[in-house]
Structure formats: C-alpha cells, structure tokens
Design a protein around this ligand. Sequence first.
Ligand code: NAI
Length: 463
Amino acid sequence: MSYDVIIIGAGPGGYVSAVRCAQLGLKTAIVEGRETLGGTCLNVGCIPSKALLHATHSLHEAQHSFGKMGLKGAAPEVDWDQMKSYKDDVIGQNTGGVEFLMKKNKIDWLKGWASIPAAGQVKVGDETYATKNIVIASGSVPSALPGVTVENDKGIVVDSTGALELPKIPNKMVVIGAGVIGLELGSVYARLGTEVTVVEYMDAVCPGMDKDVQRSFKKILEKQGLKFIMGAAVQGVEALKSKAKVTYQPKKGGDDEIIDADVVLVATGRKPYAEGLGLDALGVKLTERGQIATDAKWATNVPGIYAIGDVIEGPMLAHKAEDEGMAVADVIAGKHGHVNYGVIPGVVYTTPEVATVGATEEALKAEGRKVKIGKFSFMGNGRAKAVGQADGFVKLIADKETDRVLGAAIIGPAAGDMIHEICVAMEFGASAEDIALTCHAHPTYSEAVREAALACGDGPIHA
Ligand code: NAI
C-alpha cells in the first residue's frame, strides 16, 4: 500500500492535518499506537481535565453560591468513581468523534507504533508502507524532574496522567510547579476538599504571563484555598507506602525543608516525544532543546519529512499544533500554508479563566516599545456581577502612536472564549478604537473587552 502522506501521531496536530490532507485530495494514513485516537489532549490532557474542572466547579457553585441565590438544600456529595466515569465518557465521545472523522474522510488508521526506516517509508508492526511525505506529530510527554520518580500506577507520585485517575481523593496534595497543569489540576482537587500546596521555583505563577494577571490570579487561587510556596526549588521526592515527602530549598536559603503529602503531582513541564521513530539513523536534526528542527514550512532537514506540534519549537498547545497541521497539509498539497505565531492564544481553564494573546506589557517595554494600556475590571460589568464572577479584568495593550492592538490578557468569566475577539482584531491589524467602536451586546462579559479598548482612548464608561 502506498500513500501521498502518512502522519505519525493522532493528537490534535496529527488528526487535523490528516483531515486537511484528505480534503486536499491526498491519499492519507495516520499511525497511532494508543487504543483510541486524539493523543494526549483527548485521552489524558485537555479534555479529561476540562470534564473534571466542570464537575468540580459545579460542586463549588453548589457549596458556595447556591445558598445566596436562594437555592437551598444539602450540597451534593462527591462520588469520585462516578465523576471519573463521567470524565471517561467525555473522553470516549471525543475520541470516537475523531475515529468517525477519519472514516468520513477515508483516512486509514494504521494501528501501532511507527518507525521511519528511510525517507519515503513508514513501518508499523511488520508492515512497511511507501509514502511520498511523512508528517511527524508525535507530541510530548511529561518531563522528569531530577530526584523524582513518577509511578502513576501507585497513585502517590504522579504526573498529569496519574492525577486524572487517582484511586481516591487525597487529603493532602503537593503540586510541584505553578504552571498550567499544576493550577488546573490543583484547582480540581482543592474543590474536592483536598489541602493543596503548590511549590513553585519562580516568584510568580505561570511564568512568562502578564505580571498583573499573575498577581491577581495567585490571590484569587489563594482565596479558593490553594496554598503556595514560591521561590522554592524541589530537590527530591521520597515515596513511602501511602504518602510522600517533598524536599525543597526555600527562597530564604538555609536548610532544605520537607513537606508531606498523600499525593504529589509533578507538573514541571513537558518534553518532545519522538522515541522509536529512528530519527538518529535518518539524520533528522534536532534543536538544542531536543525538538525536531524545522524550517518555516515545517520541513525537517530530510526531504519529504515534516514535523509539527509539541515535537517542534513553540508553545505546547493543542491549537498551535492544529494550525500547523492544517498549514503543513497545504504545503504538501502545493499551497501556501501559514501560521501566525504572533496570535496564538493561551488559556488556563480555572475559575476564573485566564487567557492571553500577543505580547505582554513587560516584553514590549523591555523592547523599548511605547504602549498604552486599557484595563477594565469585571466589577464594572453587569453580567459578571449577575453570576457572581466579578473578580478579574481585561487588559488590552496597544501601540501608543498607531493604536494597533499588540496583546491582551484577561482574567475573568469565559476569558478563554472572549480572547478570540482580540485574536481576530489582531489578525486583521485592528486598532483599539476599532474594538471600541464595535457594538457589543448587553449584558455580556465581552463588554469588558470593549471597555478596555475604550480605556485606550477617551476612557471607559463603567469605571
Ligand atoms: P509549565 O511549563 O507551564 O509549568 C511548569 C512550572 O514548574 C514552572 O512554573 C516552573 O518554574 C516550575 N518548576 C520547574 N522545576 C521546578 C522545581 N524543581 N521546583 C519547583 N518548581 C519547578 O508546565 P506544565 O504545567 O507541566 O505544562 C506543560 C505544558 O502543557 C505547557 O507547555 C502547557 O502550556 C501545556 N498545557 C496547556 C494547557 C492549556 O492550554 N490549558 C493545559 C495543560 C498543559
């Protein structure tokens, strides 16, 4: 059997690329060794964590908000096994959906783990397939922390995959790393009644994010019961029979300190995954950080082999991989293929949500760029008050002279959806005034975006 394209890995990068290749008339196959399609995102990442975030947010609402809205009665009890099976059902619906898309687009699923014996060949099991093009979309895996052994099956020292499957809700959890995974899954367990302590090496949560948002985000999470030990470098984790001890070097210096927990979640980043593909023998070049090196059209140094998603440079985000997946399909089909890396949103799905796009105020100022900042608090937004979610703000950053929107950060209700208004504006090279002059329905959270845009000009109305 021979193909125009074989895609290795059926995560959001790979399966989206496969669909676009098929739409463009290319004979396409996708290789996936997991039992189900969808990769990390659908099986053990974005989708299951969102199911648990939704379930536990509902619990939190019942416990903390229902009473004041006149909804009386006992708060629901948690049936952890049922909550996990709800999550598994959500996973099943999504992975099944991807399988349907493969069939609908006549894409062959080659089941098993791929290797590349030579350019133009992909081996799966005992079978070797000929192909004109190969797209490596093999993703990433949690990166190990020196001195820490993750054993998901034991449920004591776990990574994000293990944290989705804990046999019981722990009393005490230590989360190593205040990044996206640590804060999302830390929130899930805090809402379930676990005492959650986050140990973070840096001085702020979500390194690299807008500083105002970092400060506000941490305060809000603290109000929700999460504890933080900042500026602390974890040195090691000792797993005992039913608990673990985390040793860290405190910020103040001096002796190492130890903190106990029933469960330790290691959330200190992910690394590219390309094991078993045979890249060494092929001579595929890697970057210094172990990513597959690609040019501006996602081509590796070996003709006919492309790479996209977490396995190459850039933010490890499903939607960045999807964009690259569509673009590389265009390139293979002889079309243009483009990704605007300056407009890739990032979202943390806590409550409130946090969403960012474009440049931060800090980065622009460090470049010497003159900017203006329009900020608007959700306290001035009627809809946010009506649903009891007036914590947070929209911050819009525009060029001081041209008024062109350069970036934004939102912390507040539905921030992850609202950010796209700003993405579209940036994609079109809009000014803050363009957003300010656009009629926004009332009462919506999105009005806060318009108010932030007004704040870049003559001023917001409701502040
Ligand atoms: P991350 O890179 O976002 O955060 C890791 C954190 O661990 C950093 O704050 C770092 O300073 C800290 N750290 C590292 N070593 C440490 C040590 N020895 N002691 C204490 N702290 C230490 O990584 P994370 O959260 O594991 O996420 C991995 C990737 O997955 C990221 O690229 C993220 O963007 C992506 N992801 C995205 C999601 C989303 O878009 N909502 C959800 C989950 C993951």
